[in-house]
Design a protein around this ligand. Sequence first.
Ligand code: T46
Length: 135
Amino acid sequence: MQIMKYMFQQHGDDRGQLVALEAFKDIPFEIKRVYYMYDTGEGVRRGFHAHKKLSQILICIHGSCKILLDNGAEKKIIPLEKPYEGVYVSNDMWREMYDFSQDAVLMVLASEYYDESDYIRDYDEFLKYVEKEEK
Ligand code: T46
């Protein structure tokens, strides 16, 4: 299972750091939506779904958290701890986000607008979906 981790260019000078993200240059898709989560309670796990179409890049721009990715056959845990690193999450990955530090801000760049019908929220349905994709 290949994990695509991004290390974005930091434009640092004596004032501090700046990261700029451009569609099709730093991010491999057109960014149609940005959302972020913060004030995540201790011990909370979020996600528990895959998508039919949506691709995303997750960046913990403050604090830290962990992302569990599951392709139906294999699972990997990706710690996100730096504001200049991101992980690519393709549609067909079951994802869970957890271990949020109190100050964590997890920002997500998304290839599609919000669409509830794009979600696969049942794990057995997800396994059938990835099995079908392989054929
Ligand atoms: C994903 C992971 C990484 C909206 O109204 N618009 C939006 O764009 C989003 C993302 C959510 N919402 C509403 C829907 C729910 O009432 O915000 C509420 C929380 O969303 P959800 O329970 O889907 O959040 P997570 O953390 O389980 O999952 C989110 C994304 O939904 C999902 O696509 O891949 O983050």
